[in-house]
Write a protein that binds this ligand. Sequence first.
Ligand code: SF4
Ligand code: SF4
Length: 688
Amino acid sequence: MNPADATRVVQWNTTPAMIWFMYGTMVIALAVFAYGIWRRVRIWLLGKPKMRWDRPGERLKRVLIRGYGHANLLKDRVPGVMHALIFFGFVILFIATTVVAINTDLGIPIMHGYFYLYFQSLTVDIFGFLFMIGLAVAVVRRYILRLPRLEHGQWADAVLLATLALILLTGFMLEGLRIVATADPWAPWSPFGHLTGLALAVPFPGEPAQRTLHASIWVFHVALWHTLLAVIPFTKLSHMVMSPLNIFFGNLDDARGVVPSIDFEDQSAALGIKSVYDLTWKQLLDLDACTECGRCQDACPAWAEGKPLSPKRVILDLRDYVHAHEGDVLAGKAARDRGDTARYDEIVCAMPALAGGVIKDETLWSCTTCRACEEACPVAIEHVPLILQLRQNLAMDQAQVPEGVAEAVSSLEVRQQPFRGASVERTEWYQDLTVTEMASVEEPRDVEVLYWVGCAAALDPRVQKVAKALVTIMQHAGVRFAVLGPEEQCCGDPARRSGNEFHYDTLARANVDTLKRYDVKRIVTHCPHCLQTLKHEYRQLGGDFEVVHHSQFVRELIEKDRVRLSRKLPDAVTYHDPCYLGRYNDVFDAPREVLDSLGVSRIEMKRSRQRSFCCGAGGGHAFYEDASGGRINQNRAREAIATGAKTVCTACPFCLGMLEDGVRTVQPADGDVRVRDFVELVAEAIAD
Ligand code: SF4
Ligand code: SF4
């Protein structure tokens, strides 16, 4: 036998009526599929505008790497491999079907020779089998291991998985029956199909019986596949279309988790998200793109501690709500488009509020804005701005704010800092140091860096030690720095993250004006929340500054030999990545490199870098006691202590406070684990 002559009879054992049935049902399936997609698209089209068309090449690359290449999915090994087996199995089988169509319908005889043997027979057979393995793993995870993150939609999943398995199984049966009935000489090139054929030949011996069985299975196989094709847009499988789209239109900016600013001069401006009509088209697409994989829920610190928040449920509850009220939503849009304000208002008022109704207040207030969900999500869904905009509606439209947050915001309004009861002045901490204020600098351009102190360091006695350590280092390195002193106001992060955008706007505008007045070009801050706000969010108000975190700045000073470390520290240290430094700003290496230069033995926690676990302070949580569930900071403190390190290092004043509290609570009374900001260690190493 010459492999160059290898081929098979295409559409073996079919009649013209069967072929008509195949093409007829395919046309119907494609029409229903297109209608299903259109139903989704017409909902996205009613969303508010969002610019996500720029840099198409970069976007396409993301789809290829992150989507089809499974770059994100494979970070979670077992489900990642499971999805890859199903996905690539599907793709190969789809290509194989296309090859048959080219060969038969276009009359181009490509199912021949080595291509036929290596691709159309062997590769397709192996990938079909791997597809089944992927489905089996999905069944085990859902119905045997019963993973909590996969609990949603168990019945629907069962039907889909069974349908896919049946399509594959009947595919193997069709191949096997053809092989045994025609005594195909190339059978070994289709090992799984061949085995299936041999097994079927036992109860169905002889060609006539095999032909009859083949014809019945053929009709069933075609009907099942075309039914599945038709229902894809109406089921979870719609993510085959929506997920690549969502990745394509994902956020490419270096500013992450940022809400759009509100024009408070405009009386008609929406105060956060009140109804479906306040969502952007991208947020509506986000809802439909969710694959229900539960990775976000697994990563969420609030969920881990039993609080009433699952980022997956937030997305799915909103999606289910939009789908269930599709008719009303479209009727409202039609009324709005024809200028029928009364009817539009009537429809909006009749719908339950999204914030506080569809998504409960306590769910929204449980979020620490840590972005672990966004980092884990394989399809680039943006949970944080959505949750924050819903919070804006609670805070500004409904005046529903937890007590502690209300007090912090009221303090921001009166004293421009969020610590209630703090009576000290911002300038007190440096009265016994040589620290220059910008107002007294004759030539502001001679200032190398402006040290943005932040409220915590200025007002909290524990964090003041961190500020003093940084001042010691900068003075040792001969850095010409200055502070704003009494002119510095809270950057606005606690206000913005708690939905009080008006107060954020007031503080931010005042700070931008001050920084512009001094023509500040470079800012160093040791608070990652200030870093995020000054570096990325003041841009919305015209403030474009170079801002670096103190870990980056100190590393730079060490690299330039401006800081000389006179002794090595023998401690074993574990480093906690602050969310706003790592996941928001990609600063993972700088603090680690500084610690390494101190000679410490550094031990990583299991959840570190992009997968770091929140300390529990973000999103305004530093200012109120969330009574629901357990304590996020204690969860993290246990993990840090488990490393065996005696020093837990961090690089954020809020993480410092939360971890100190957590370590104090969970370690035994005679425990000796301490929590430090890494600059406190650097200051010790240059003390001699
Ligand atoms: S930002 Fe953090 S706390 Fe909020 S939903 Fe996402 S993972 Fe959970
Ligand atoms: S939001 Fe993303 S991570 Fe969460 S369930 Fe949906 S697809 Fe998975």
